[in-house]
Write a protein that binds this ligand. Structure first.
Ligand SMILES: Nc1nc2c(ncn2[C@@H]2O[C@H](COP(=O)(O)OP(=O)(O)OP(=O)(O)O)[C@@H](O)[C@H]2O)c(=O)[nH]1
Length: 506
């Protein structure tokens, strides 16, 4: 292929850029803000060797670009057609997000404007002259940043989580991952394994000149260290499994008779009405699922309309059965009661709650419509009736969805339960890890450590062949951590997984 570099590339730049891992890849461009929507501003990113060339062509000038200086410039298309007036921002390689020369065009966000600017950039592609420019693939800007050593895979996954974050806790999770909190821990583990491999190497190298007892002691020390490390890794996995509830959402089932105020409660405990992400009929005709944000926690709430009254109606009975199934899978049940209902809670519902309690299900009873209770005795007799049925097993909270009285304490109580379920707190940042990381921890790191145990358990006592094997197993574990961060061989196979869910322009 004939390869000619952009005429606007300075010699020193050329030298640096040619050292980049992505130096000989085409220059890429994409709309980095949401496509297909009308907005005041849209940002187009261009990254690669020909970014400056794109700028000079669109701007119809050869004026020098200055690193990190914003400039207001006219942008022209083919035929010197004025397209827009844009704020341009240039990042000199390597001090850019991708490590390459990177240009940002902050243009007006209309469909026609963005379309014409993107077309104009695309029209500059001229392979015969070695100026290869094409639209970016999903996640390609971040992939280049990774390839050029600007970020590691943990940060890449953190960026993806950050973009996808819908709630405050998800954002905090993503940021801690992005800030390298997990990475520091992984590197610490890797150092531990490598140090222990070094101890084993000493046995291999000097084993014959060493007393059998010393060799055994050394091996025992390495085993002891690995037992501790395995414990640490398992604790970490347990923690991320708990925290994964923040990503998938705490599963809450809302039980209660019709008209008790279930829908009103969903709106009252959501941060706002807009936070209802989806409100779609569930898989059964009598369950509705909504994804809401409760004080920064993602909550998937199922409204089970099935439990009405003692019924011989087949459909009603089916509804009860389904509600029970739904409740079995949930993390928390909210029972909402209308204090003016007679009976307060029907027999079917009471039985269901009793049996779920026995299975260790968490409940909160909410007595709604407090504004309708004018007499204090009324309120007391409702509480007494509930206590008589359930004792002190569950917290009972009185609210009025109409006046919002009691909603704040309820949200506080729910937050405490969510914190407990996800093992998070206000003080410490929650941690998350992707499915990929979890899999590697199991299939490479723990597997390597376990294989080390199998080898060393089979024969302790100076058989250097076994020690070599043991050391190999630990190397496998250390390589696993390299795979997680992206420093190890075999990285190509994981790139596809990591970048699969990225959007174009990121
Ligand atoms: N006075 C008063 N009315 C309320 C309160 N909460 C809800 N309501 C009213 O009670 C009625 C039923 O409320 P919803 O939130 O639709 O109850 P629901 O349990 O979802 O009803 P279904 O969908 O039929 O099961 C509506 O007219 C609400 O305005 C409250 O705290 N006080």
């Amino acid at each position: 292929m004939l390869w000619k570099l952009s005429p606007f590339l300075a010699k020193s730049q050329l030298r640096y850029q040619s050292q980049l891992a992505t130096a000989y890849l085409p220059t890429i461009y994409a709309l980095s803000t949401a496509p297909g929507t009308k907005s005041a501003i849209a940002v187009v990113r261009i990254s690669g060797t020909h970014s400056k060339y794109v700028y000079h062509q669109l701007n119809n000038s050869e004026k020098k670009l200055i690193h990190r200086r914003t400039l207001l410039r006219n942008l022209y298309g083919p035929g010197k057609n004025l397209l827009d007036k844009a704020l341009t921002l240039f990042f000199d390689s390597p001090k850019s997000y991708t490590g390459e020369d990177l240009l940002e065009l902050h243009i007006h966000g209309g469909k026609a404007v963005t379309g014409s600017v993107l077309n104009a950039i695309g029209s500059l592609n001229d392979r015969n002259s070695g100026i290869e420019i094409r639209y970016a693939l999903p996640g390609e800007f971040t992939q280049r940043a990774f390839q050029n050593g600007k970020i590691d895979l943990i940060e890449v996954e953190g960026i993806r989580e950050l973009i996808d974050a819908e709630t405050e806790t998800q954002r905090r999770c993503a940021l801690s991952s992005f800030n390298g909190m997990n990475k520091n821990l992984f590197m610490l583990w890797r150092d531990k394994i490598v140090n222990n491999i070094a101890q084993l190497t000493a046995i291999i190298d000097f084993g014959e000149d060493t007393e059998i007892e010393d060799t055994n002691n050394l091996l025992q020390l390495v085993k002891h260290n690995m037992v501790q490390l395995k414990q640490e890794i398992n604790q970490f996995i347990q923690k991320i499994e708990k925290t994964s509830i923040l990503q998938s959402g705490v599963k809450v089932v809302l039980l209660g008779p019709p008209n008790a105020g279930k829908s009103s409660l969903i709106n009252s405990i959501s941060n706002d009405d807009v936070s209802i992400i989806s409100h779609t009929p569930g898989t059964t005709r009598d369950t509705v699922e909504a994804s809401i944000d409760v004080n920064g926690y993602k909550v998937t709430i199922s409204d089970t309309a099935g439990i009405r009254s003692h019924s011989s109606d087949e459909i009603e009975l089916l509804g009860i059965e389904r509600a029970i199934k739904k409740s079995e899978q949930c993390d928390l049940c909210l029972l909402i009661v209308d204090p003016l209902n007679k009976p307060l809670i029907n027999e079917d519902l009471t039985q269901m709650i009793q049996s779920m309690y026995k299975e260790g299900k968490e409940f909160v009873i909410i007595v709604n419509k407090q504004d309708l209770l004018t007499d204090e005795n009324q309120s007391k007799s409702v509480m007494d009736a509930l206590r008589e049925k359930f004792g002190d097993k569950f917290p009972i909270i009185t609210v009025s969805c109409k006046t919002q009285e009691g909603i704040e304490p309820l949200v506080k109580q729910l937050t405490q339960i969510f914190q407990r379920l996800s093992e998070t707190s206000d003080e410490s940042d929650p941690i998350i890890a992707s499915r990929r990381v979890k899999e590697i921890l199991h299939s490479d790191v723990l597997y390597g450590i376990d294989s080390f145990f199998v080898t060393t358990d089979s024969e302790i006592g100076g058989d250097s062949y076994d020690v070599v094997m043991a050391s190999e197993h630990l190397s496998h574990a250390a390589d696993g951590i390299g795979k997680i961060t992206g420093d190890a061989v075999g990285i190509e196979e994981v790139l596809g997984v990591v970048f699969a869910n990225f959007c174009v322009g990121k």
